[in-house]
Design a protein around this ligand. Structure first.
Ligand SMILES: Nc1ncnc2c1ncn2[C@@H]1O[C@H](COP(=O)(O)OP(=O)(O)O)[C@@H](O)[C@H]1O
Ligand SMILES: [Mg+2]
Length: 289
């Protein structure tokens, strides 16, 4: 092959790469429970969907799953039914009124250990039908359980939610320490929830940033903050995403700023995945390890 041919081939490959649809995966986690992961996920997903992205939320807080409830729809089935062969993947997905789709995680992924390779491949190939999603957001349980760490390890971006309470900060630090010491993922972003204002949030971020830098020698990114808003509780009771009901509040502005920032990061950092199938293949491998 001469140089001109090689160059043509290179250009062709680059063109194909550019045309190839990317699929982004963001895992949302926290050290301590009850800091606002699910409230964030529901509103973040809704805001991304309003920007025209096709969003899927995987509810991976096994045992405490409540994404569906916050969206006002109840799931009867979960990924467990798919793993057991009773349902197909499109039968378990819930569609919310504002376009976000939910994949209920059920009671965990441990069922994967009992499935043979043929069955696994058959399930993975079902994900070919889901190739119009742009982004997957995973709501995990709190703490550094093995399951949560798998979702963190294979994500494009990790968002760790904390508030300003010393217990939440200490637990967030412990989770971040485990992520770094095990080289799981270096794209860690902090969101400070229930802040009084911008300055209050930055003070909270600086505390955790300083601790991580001093004791682990790493830099973490500040993705933004969300203000304390009493109406969040009311939105949960009403089972409607807050940002839909209150588009002009400070809370919604905070969420929109985070959306803009993450979309910027997404453009710069290339995703690890080309499709949902690609991600699920990796997840099955990671869980089966
Ligand atoms: N920004 C906020 N302002 C006021 N209350 C909040 C805020 N974020 C979360 N909450 C409240 O905190 C509680 C726990 O939130 P949740 O999203 O379920 O946390 P997690 O998923 O981390 O367990 C909920 O009752 C919710 O109303
Ligand atoms: Mg939750």
């Amino acid at each position: 092959m001469d140089q001109a041919q090689r160059l043509r081939q290179l250009v062709e490959r680059k063109k194909q790469e550019l045309q190839q649809k990317r699929f982004k995966v963001i895992t949302v986690s926290s050290g301590k429970g009850g800091v606002g992961k699910t409230s964030f996920v529901v509103n973040f997903a809704t805001a991304l969907s309003k920007r025209g992205l096709k969003v899927c939320v995987l509810d991976a807080d096994f045992g405490m799953a409540n994404v569906d409830i916050m969206f006002g729809c109840m799931s009867k089935f979960s990924i467990i039914d798919v793993l057991e062969g009773n349902k197909s993947i499109d039968e378990i997905i819930l569609k919310t009124i504002d376009g976000v789709e939910i994949m209920p995680g059920g009671s965990g992924l441990s069922k994967i250990y009992t499935i043979d390779e043929d069955k696994k491949n058959q399930i993975i190939s079902q994900f070919d039908k889901l190739n119009d999603y742009d982004i997957l957001i995973i709501d995990t349980g709190a703490g550094a359980s093995e399951n949560v760490l798998k979702f963190i390890e294979i994500a494009d971006e990790v968002i760790v939610i904390t508030n300003s309470e010393p217990t939440a900060l200490t637990d967030a630090y412990s989770l971040i320490k485990i992520i770094y010491l095990n080289n799981l993922n270096s794209n860690i972003n902090i969101v400070v929830n229930r802040a009084k204002n911008n300055q209050d949030a930055e003070e909270t971020f600086n505390k955790i940033c300083y601790t991580v830098k001093t004791f682990i020698g790493k830099n973490i990114k500040y993705l933004g903050y969300i203000v304390e808003d009493i109406k969040i509780g009311q939105a949960i009771k009403k089972q409607t995403p807050y940002v839909l009901e209150h588009p002009n509040t400070e809370f919604t502005l905070c969420i929109n700023k985070i959306v803009a920032k993450i979309m910027g990061i997404e453009e710069n950092n290339k995703s690890k995945y080309t499709s949902f199938r690609d991600y699920i293949t990796k997840l099955f491998k990671a869980v089966g390890k």
